[in-house]
Design a protein around this ligand. Sequence first.
Ligand code: 5RP
Length: 218
Amino acid sequence: MSRDEQKKLAAEKALEYVEDGMVVGVGTGSTVAFFIDGLARMKNRIEGAVSSSEQSTRQLESHGIPVFDLNAVGPLKLYVDGADECDPYNRLIKGGGAALTREKIIAQASDRFICIIDAAKQVEHLGEFPVPVEVIPMARSLVARAIAKMDGHPIWRENVVTDNGNWILDVHHWRIADPVGLEAKLNQIPGVVTCGLFAARGADEVIIGGKVRPIRRP
Ligand code: 5RP
């Protein structure tokens, strides 16, 4: 099965978690794009969505799905999003599409985070995919130097400005032994808005293709 077919199957499976009257938290990326197309088929049963990016907002609105400000709707029951890497404990690297900050906010605001991926995203240890870090522009070199001291190799994703008006550093060559600890450490560097490690609050369930994958417990 192709990666796109797997993404579509995962998205279809995630639609089973959507309940009548819900405001659904919606992530960003090519896998989520399949989910949004599916959501459009049931748009009359839901109240609307909270979106993690301008890109997803455009797609939702093109289907006539109302998009709400998170502040206006409060905690969400369900958030559906993709990922760039996923370890056996459902900890993730996200932000390949530069939407990590809003994604992390919505994940935190949601009771249940369903992550939809294709099999190639599964890894034993996070870090093969570069860890995105969203930074306030004036702090780019300060943050890069701090990351270099932590044995990371930050590369500025030039020509990319996030929906929040910030920049992205992609940190290569990290073999991440302690994702929760590293996430906390990165988030404490002045100038970091957030990092793409979703470890303290990982996914509640991961769907690969059409199946929910069992989580490994520490
Ligand atoms: C965007 C993300 C995406 O979820 C991640 O990049 C996966 O994207 P895709 O579904 O296109 O493979 O974190 O910031």
